[in-house]
Design a protein around this ligand. Structure first.
Ligand SMILES: [Zn+2]
Ligand SMILES: [Zn+2]
Length: 159
């Protein structure tokens, strides 16, 4: 498993039941909170924290047959464990070289902390955010928002 100085940059993760396991090499590309309605409903959560990793750095090490992949939009594919239901990955055909991975499923600490809120205009009314991270929203979910002008609107969704 973890041999100091040899595989120190490998991060492992799994679904809740452990059937689906994966690993990837650092560095990651980003880490952020997504407030889009698709993420919220897929996870039954106020928002979801994702990291991005170059797809070629990710390996499934167990449970490929347990992983259900479905098209959540014209360009998005999300996957989850068909035993426990953990949501694991999201990939867009707009940038297939990047794989979004759910931070909560990782077993080790990664190389960065969450950097921002995305799709903040779409956030749930009952979500109270008290941190000072930058907030992005608007039509694309990634446009900078002024601190207090983050109104709610219907926009294009994550993937
Ligand atoms: Zn599972
Ligand atoms: Zn989202």
């Amino acid at each position: 498993m973890d041999k100091p100085g040899e595989k120190a940059e490998l991060v492992h993760g799994s679904c809740f039941c452990g059937a689906v396991r994966f690993e990837f090499a650092l560095p990651t590309l980003f880490c952020g909170h997504c407030h889009c309605s698709m993420c919220r409903r897929m996870h039954g959560a106020g928002y979801v924290t994702w990291i991005g990793v170059p797809t070629q750095q990710l390996s499934l090490t167990a449970g490929q047959e347990q992983l259900t992949v479905f098209a959540s939009s014209e360009h998005g594919k999300r996957s989850f464990c068909n035993t426990c239901g953990s949501s694991l990955f999201c990939q867009s055909s707009k940038h297939p070289e990047i794989m979004d991975i759910v931070l909560a499923n990782l077993h080790e600490t990664i190389d960065r902390e969450p950097q921002a809120h995305y799709y903040f205009s779409d956030r749930a009314d009952w979500t109270a955010i008290g941190d000072v991270l930058p907030r992005f929203g608007g039509k694309t979910g990634t446009e900078p928002l002024a601190a207090e002008s983050a109104g709610h609107m219907t926009t294009e969704k994550h993937a």
